[in-house]
Design a protein around this ligand. Structure first.
Ligand SMILES: [Zn+2]
Length: 483
């Protein structure tokens, strides 16, 4: 379903709202809170009383500059706040302070998707709709929690450079990892600190005109967004193929049913009557602030993935996982730090392959709550690399490390899993197995290569898995080559 059709292609742009994790709100000193009792973090400014004066949060501007630097955006020498006028119960002043024609950041690029702009604004209050079964008995009602009102937001708008739901999910995860790495937001989609809207349209392949777009609002995971976009691409393709026209509207995708429902028609564009906010001076970051943002940039996921792949030779899937999921990257770096001589590629495979699978198998444990430490996994990998334990034994050791938090060294020594390093001992097992299996041995001697598998299996069994399969193979061939 990646391409909608042979005739049509999808064009997708994203608008991402990032709640900044500053201590206080965008224009007042109220604390940011999530999950506190409603309306306990308010003041005349964020409640929109007349005559109050907003004061910009310096930290929020610094965070916006960090995001701009991470996305390679150009920072406007002077950008101004505007009032975006609309009346809604979550917005008591009847306008939201946002940025309009000159955003703080524009241009930029993340992994090939161009960034149109990034601007600062304040969040609205949170509406809670209560039905007859809700807290207000006998009537439908909407409640407003002003704790969220005035939370600093950076809205990132991409160019319409994406073409499928899967690409949106992957890119969205990279953006989220990038913002998380900057430490400027919790980027928790379920709690709403990262919200992603997608504009989706379809056009004949090769056309440079944009079709009528629909907007998909506020999915609380990138997987649901991916599915919603795929469903919408299919719906629009069906309309166009039947000679119909797509209507511009806002849609909600229900992941439970897989259905799309219109939220509201957008045939008439809103007139927000933007006007410059007279109570705020322009945002004019000085060179010190710009330099501080550039200097504070950590290694970002995109660069980290390239380094893992190109410098450490790690396979693409593992490099991607470890760069997008910070916990995996930290675990991996911890492994290399504690056992610097292990092969990074082998370490990455044990982490993202064996350990990940074992964690899933044992009750879907998360990496963070896994009893296996980076140092312990690194030691196990080191033992495999030094051929002290076979791959097969090491996998058994790993099961114990996950279920019991066992120390790999103790399990290997305690259970006598160390490989037979004495070549005389291994040779005598090989000889005994050949003698006990004259049939297969004769076939190998007669030129049937495949028959060697039964002999390798018999040696491994005899040695309790404490031998290297390659070494057994080599010894058997040496013995069974007619000369
Ligand atoms: Zn306030």
């Amino acid at each position: 379903m990646n391409s909608p059709d042979a005739e049509f292609e999808a064009v997708i742009g994203l608008e991402i709202h990032v709640q900044l994790s500053t201590e206080t709100k965008m224009f007042c000193g109220c604390r940011l809170s999530f999950g506190d009792p409603p309306n306990t973090h308010t003041c005349p400014i964020c409640l929109g009383h007349p005559g109050v004066l907003p004061v910009p949060n310096r930290r929020a501007i610094e965070y916006a500059l960090l995001i701009a630097a991470a996305l390679g955006c150009e920072v406007a020498p002077s950008s101004i706040f505007h009032r975006k006028n609309y009346f809604y119960p979550d917005n008591p002043k009847a306008y939201q302070i946002s940025q309009f024609d000159v955003p703080i950041a524009s241009g930029g690029n993340l992994a090939g998707v161009r960034i149109h702009r990034a601007h600062l604004e304040e969040d609205a209050a949170k509406m809670i709709h209560v039905g007859t079964s809700g807290r207000i008995q006998g009537s439908d009602a909407s409640l407003v929690d002003f704790n969220r009102a005035g939370t600093p937001l950076v809205e990132i708008v991409t160019e319409p450079d994406l073409t499928s739901g899967a690409q949106v999910r992957e890119w969205g995860q990279l953006l989220r990892a990038t913002v998380r790495q900057l430490g400027v937001s919790d980027v928790n989609m379920e709690e709403g600190s990262l919200r992603c809207d997608a504009n989706v349209s379809i056009r004949p392949k090769g056309s440079d005109q944009l079709g009528t777009k629909t907007e998909m609002k506020n999915m609380n995971s990138f997987r649901f967004l991916e599915r919603g976009i795929e469903a919408e691409i299919e719906r629009q393709t069906g309309i166009l193929r039947n000679g119909g026209q797509v209507v511009q509207e806002t849609l909600h995708f229900d992941p439970a049913t897989g259905e799309l429902h219109p939220l509201r028609s957008k045939e008439e564009a809103h007139d927000y009557r933007y006007m410059p906010e007279p109570d705020l001076v322009p945002v004019a970051p000085d060179s010190g602030m710009l330099e501080a943002a550039a200097a504070a940039l950590p290694e970002l996921p995109e660069a980290r993935e390239a380094r893992y792949r190109d410098e450490l030779g790690i396979q693409e899937g593992a490099a991607r996982l470890m760069s997008v999921e910070t916990a995996w990257a930290e675990f991996f770096e911890g492994m290399l730090e504690s056992e610097p001589e292990i092969e990074p590629k082998v370490a990455a495979n044990w982490l993202t392959g064996e350990l990940a699978a074992e964690l899933r198998r044992q009750d879907d444990i998360s990496l963070g709550s896994s009893p296996v430490t980076p140092a312990n996994l690194a030691r196990l990998v080191g033992m495999v690399q030094a051929k002290r334990v076979s791959n097969a034994s090491a996998k058994d050791v790993l099961v114990k490390m996950v279920s019991e938090g066992a120390d790999p060294e103790q399990v290997v020594v305690g259970e006598g899993l160390e490989q037979i390093s004495d070549s005389g001992e291994l040779e005598s097992i090989v000889d005994a197995v050949i003698e006990a299996n004259p049939g297969p041995a004769g076939e190998v001697l007669g030129g049937n290569e495949k028959a060697i598998g039964a002999l390798v299996g018999a040696v491994m069994k005899e040695a309790g898995g404490r031998v290297d399969g390659g070494e057994v193979n080599r010894l058997l061939r040496e013995r069974l080559t007619a000369d």
